[in-house]
Design a protein around this ligand. Structure first.
Ligand code: BG6
Length: 479
């Protein structure tokens, strides 16, 4: 039987732009996520092929309504409390606090909303875990300043991070600076406010934007620790365990390179405090000269002295590298897809399901960095069949989560230090990649379809009681 530490933080995770709705209420400004419509071309928008700065009447914007958590947060958090959550990971919408991003004073109404969310968590004995920026920077910062490639954004983020850290530090101990910071190579619009018209296609801008984000993150770490040394500030990366297709050394080396460039590059800087040895090779393979980046005096020292306290990461699937075949069979995925793995099954959206890959990820990360890990996203996006009582018999989801929790247990036995586990979309919410409601992850069903129709009623799926039992027994009873 697996023994989880007594302090293990069982919970769930969400992001403001995918569940709050109320996109223009109480002074909130537009964010980059707010101008991304649902529909088939959404992926082209995420990857910065296309981007409309203006809202179009003919389009549906699922994030505008989300699941109206803005008005239902008490009910939702009460349900998390009923499941026994020890923690709840959510993000603060930057555009609620600084609607245009460049104001000098914050929007008090936005701050008041999160006062209430945090107090509601505490009322139910739930530790809040806050992501400062999760895929929704103020649109104005992308439009007027060109996104994160512009060094001025460091100042705007600094003001924002200092505002929320100062306001909530007595109530919130766990923080993360940027969601999936390494995703920028795939979704620069969401991650860095970089779209085709402001330079997303030039990798120099992506690399510069990363540098600016590293500095901004280090400043937030510095400020948080000065404010209260008890605060724990993490980075947050997307991790995809990556295998070589075979023992061909060419594929093995390509796998090492893929790991460095996708999984490790950002964490190397944020955890170790230094640009890694492969930086020049990586960037020059993308046509970027590292010495062309604007790195101000003091930046490198700041990065070195303000490393993060833990690594938050998302894990959904693994990937396979094969550079020797001309037309290998490929699959979809959370940003990285790749070659089909004959040993694995796939989700309804073609993501390869690989619990052992999570154990591998944890061993890789812990042995490389030696800081605690926090699995802040994991889960199965699936089509749910709901009955007339709002009940979903989601044995497939239970099975996915059980297998992944067992893998965490094995990683604990491997000696990995893990702080907690917050499955993604603990309540159904809008999918980031597709904009669909029908791609559901939750323990709680929300009656809303892809076109925005539905009662918004919340109901418990079978997995709700299952997860409640997992938490109640601290992972001993996995059903
Ligand atoms: C992560 C993101 O990449 O994956 C979330 O941090 C996202 O915002 C989650 O929702 C699941 O992806 P999707 O596309 O199924 O919503």
């Amino acid at each position: 039987m697996i023994k989880f530490p007594e302090s293990f933080l069982w919970g769930g995770a969400t992001a403001a732009n995918q569940l709050e709705g109320a996109f223009d209420r109480d002074g909130k400004g537009l964010s980059v996520a707010d101008v991304m419509p649902g529909g088939k071309d959404r992926f082209k928008i995420l990857t910065s092929e296309e981007f409309n700065w203006e809202l179009a009447d003919a389009r549906i914007y699922p994030n505008h309504r989300g699941i109206e958590h803005y008005d239902h947060f008490k009910e939702d958090i009460a349900l998390f409390g009923e499941m026994g959550f020890k923690c709840y990971r959510f993000s603060i919408a930057w555009s609620r606090i600084f609607p245009q991003g460049d104001e000098l004073e914050p929007n008090e109404a936005g701050l008041k909303f999160y006062d209430q969310v945090i107090d509601e968590c505490l009322k139910h004995g739930i530790e809040p875990v806050v992501t400062i920026s999760h895929y929704e920077m103020p649109l104005n910062l992308a439009k007027k300043y060109g996104g994160w490639k512009n060094r001025e954004l460091i100042n705007f983020y600094e003001r924002y991070a200092e505002t929320v850290l100062s306001r909530y530090h007595n109530k919130v101990k766990y923080w993360m600076t940027f969601n999936e910071i390494n995703s920028a190579s795939h979704v620069p619009a969401l991650s860095q406010g970089l779209v085709k018209s402001n330079g997303a296609k030039d990798y120099t801008n992506v690399a510069q934007a990363w540098h600016n984000q590293f500095v901004a993150s280090a400043k937030a770490v510095q400020f948080a620790h000065a404010l209260n040394p008890e605060l724990q500030v993490g980075c947050m990366i997307i991790y995809g365990t990556t295998y070589s297709m075979d023992s061909n050394p060419i594929n093995e080396m390509a796998t090492i390179i893929e790991n460095q460039e996708f999984n490790y590059y950002c964490a190397d800087v944020q955890v170790r405090g230094k640009y890694p040895a492969y930086t020049k090779r990586f960037l020059s393979s993308k046509g970027v000269n590292f010495s062309d980046l604007e790195i101000a005096e003091g930046d490198l020292a700041l990065l070195e002295t303000n490393t993060v306290d833990y690594i938050g990461f998302s894990y959904y699937m693994s990937a396979v590298i094969d550079v020797t075949q001309e037309t290998p069979e490929t699959v979809g995925g959370n940003l990285m897809g790749g070659v089909r793995n004959p040993f694995l099954k796939q989700s309804d959206w073609g993501w390869q399901i690989d619990p052992e890959g999570l154990r591998i990820a944890m061993n890789n990360l812990y042995n490389r960095y030696n800081v605690p890990l926090f699995i802040v996203e994991n889960g199965l996006g699936a089509h749910d069949e709901v009955d007339e009582n709002g009940y979903v018999e989601d044995d497939y989801r239970i099975s996915y989560l059980r297998d992944h929790i067992e893998a965490i247990g094995r990683a604990l036995e491997d000696g990995v230090d893990v702080m907690g586990y917050t499955p993604w979309g603990c309540i159904d919410l809008v999918s980031a990649s597709t904009g669909e409601m029908s791609k559901r992850y939750g323990f709680i069903y929300v009656d809303l379809d892809d076109e925005g129709n539905g009662t918004l009623n919340r109901s418990k799926k079978k997995s709700f009681d299952w997860y409640k039992q997992v938490i109640a027994t601290n992972g001993e009873d996995l059903g």
